[in-house]
Design a protein around this ligand. Structure first.
Ligand SMILES: C[S@@+](CC[C@H](N)C(=O)[O-])C[C@H]1O[C@@H](n2cnc3c(N)ncnc32)[C@H](O)[C@@H]1O
Length: 219
């Protein structure tokens, strides 16, 4: 594909611009390692995580240098796996958010975020035709205690517009502390007449809040 002119490193080039040289980067939902390998070639330290052991095996065979691990992002705990260092950034490329088990988006974003240092970027890209809407994503971002700092229509930062068929969002972890902002979620409920949707959001918030308790207090 590269020989045909396809840009296989577009995600890595954007993430590279978000961090300092030699950053520690989490490739979340890394698949066979395409993005993480490109970031490693740019001089970064990379840990790639995917739930599919066959894809991690392929990454280990094809891309030496990064650390490739089998793990479910919804239960991610790299410290328990022997990798306690926090990351400077994370990337979820290639529609990872749309591949997650339904209803786990906020939990996955929260688990990824707790592995990052404060004030760190998370780059997330997915297609609008994948059954996971921008509104659902933005709700998950809020529940996870993150903010959307930028949004583009492509990985080479064409401007965002509501009709775009792809969304690249740059999220940011809180600059200090890691308290779940339940106020923000509650404010969201006043804009939504659907009691069932609110109860679903509140339930997810409680789940995330519970999962945050007692873990990495610096994030
Ligand atoms: C289309 S692939 C993208 C792979 C890679 N990021 C890329 O851009 O080439 C989506 C990946 O998300 C992974 N994935 C889905 N749910 C996951 C989860 N809960 N934890 C970890 N990985 C997951 C899948 O196994 C798959 O490898």
């Amino acid at each position: 594909m590269a020989a045909e002119g396809t840009d296989l490193d577009g995600e890595a080039r954007l993430v590279d611009a978000l961090v300092a040289p030699g950053a520690r980067i989490l490739d979340a939902g890394c698949g066979p390692g395409r993005v993480g390998a490109a970031l490693f070639r740019r001089g970064h330290q990379v840990v790639g995580v995917d739930v599919d052991p066959e894809l991690i095996d392929a990454a280990q065979q094809d891309h030496h240098g990064p650390i490739w691990l089998v793990a479910d992002l919804a239960d991610l705990d790299l410290a328990a796996a022997g990798y306690p260092e926090t990351f400077d950034a994370a990337v979820l490329a290639g529609n990872v958010m749309a591949f997650l088990a339904p209803g786990t988006g906020a939990r996955v974003l929260s688990q990824v975020a707790r592995h990052l240092r404060p004030d760190a970027p998370i780059a997330v890209g997915f297609g609008r035709d994948r059954g996971y809407s921008i509104d659902a994503f933005d709700a998950d971002v809020t529940i996870a205690g993150l903010t959307v700092e930028h949004r583009f229509a492509t990985w080479n930062i064409r401007p965002w517009e509501p009709s775009a068929d792809f969304a690249v969002s740059i999220l940011r972890t809180p600059s200090s502390g890691r308290d779940l902002d339940l106020t923000a979620v509650a404010v969201g409920s006043t804009r939504n007449d659907s009691a069932s949707e609110w109860s679903s959001i509140a339930g997810q918030a409680a789940l995330v809040e519970g999962s945050l308790a007692g873990q990495n207090p610096t994030i």
